[in-house]
Design a protein around this ligand. Structure first.
Ligand code: NAP
Length: 290
């Protein structure tokens, strides 16, 4: 019996999902470009996630490009009614694997159709508009034009719910004047806590917050404090990092990424870990030191 239900549930759009999910970006090749190193292993990771109760998978058609969505389709279609697949648009890949903004109306429309086709869906559950004013972090700039295009695709019935990624507080406010924003996906983890206040505000509004790089991203978190806590609790550092996020706020939904079945199992087992107030205090020190 899987322990994932211990992570609790939260509403994403009109669906209730387990708070511990899976991010598919690591399934593409090196640099999130090209095919996976081991195709069978990638399919096995996706099937294991579903077997263990994952009901939230994060992806994008610009992972590969097209690679992770096609793997998801091959591994999991026809999809279970419980599964919510969240994708993102707003970027495209250069031939050199670079990440380029793609905000023209035709880019956004094409991206929605690419996601539909490659995932094998008639409607996308949730689409995040991935803002690219600065590829590495939120930066100000009006989102009215691209978000209006996405809202129009929602009115046409191609998209159920809309979220924002790499967004500032001002952009979230601007977005809410155009359409409902059901989730915000920004970088956040034990050591990178720029969004602390924003998370609390979104929790009060009932909006989901989905941290990307929950384990630190391409270079997973490393700290003697984290390792020390993990050792004392008989857990791994990655499990402690995920358990901390689950306890940080009820609106946080997790999408840790991995290309390994063993790491996937380890990450999902973080749902069972409870951190005491004392441990939470100790881990808070990690951000102050970062
Ligand atoms: N909106 C955005 O701009 C944005 C940006 C980046 C990512 N995302 C989304 O967020 C998801 C999560 O981010 P992420 O995958 O980049 O970073 P992450 O979840 O923070 O970490 C992934 C890295 O940690 C390793 N890892 C995973 N589990 C581990 C474990 N138990 N022990 C040791 N190492 C472990 C993975 O390697 P192995 O494969 O070897 O396990 C990989 O190198 C992505 O899959 C993607 O869907 C969104």
């Amino acid at each position: 019996m899987s322990s994932i239900h211990k992570s609790g549930t939260y509403k994403l759009g009109d669906r209730s999902i387990h708070r511990l999910g899976y991010g598919a970006m690591q399934l593409a090749g090196k640099g999130v470009f090209g095919p996976p190193k081991d195709r069978d292993a990638a399919i096995a990771v996706l099937r294991e996630a579903i077997a263990r109760g994952v009901s939230h998978i994060d992806t994008s058609d610009f992972y590969g490009p097209h690679v992770t969505n096609r793997l998801i389709r091959e591994a999991l279609a026809p999809y279970s009614d419980d599964l919510v697949i969240v994708t993102k648009i707003g970027a495209r890949r250069g031939d050199d694997a670079s990440w380029l903004p793609a905000f023209a109306p035709e880019d956004l429309e094409r991206a929605v159709h690419d996601n539909l086709r490659n995932l094998g869906l008639d409607v996308l559950d949730v689409v995040n508009l991935r803002l690219m004013f600065d590829v590495h972090g939120p930066a100000e700039g009006s989102i009215e034009a691209p978000l209006s295009v996405l809202a129009e695709l929602q009115r046409k019935g191609l998209v159920r719910h809309i979220g924002l990624s790499n967004a500032t507080r001002a952009q979230i406010a601007e977005g809410r004047r155009i359409c409902d924003i059901v989730c915000v996906q920004n970088q956040y983890n034990l050591a990178h806590r720029d969004d602390d206040a924003l998370i609390d505000e979104l929790a009060r509004d009932g909006t989901a917050y989905v941290p990307f790089f929950p384990l630190g991203g391409f270079s997973p978190l490393q700290s003697s404090t984290l390792s020390g806590v993990a050792e004392r609790l008989g857990a791994t550092p990655m499990q402690v990092a995920l358990a901390w996020l689950l306890q940080r706020s009820p609106n946080i939904l997790l999408i840790p990424g991995t290309s390994s079945v063993a790491h996937l199992r380890e990450n999902l087992a973080a749902a069972e870990l409870e951190l005491s107030a004392e441990v939470l205090d100790e881990l808070d020190g990690l951000a102050k030191a970062a």
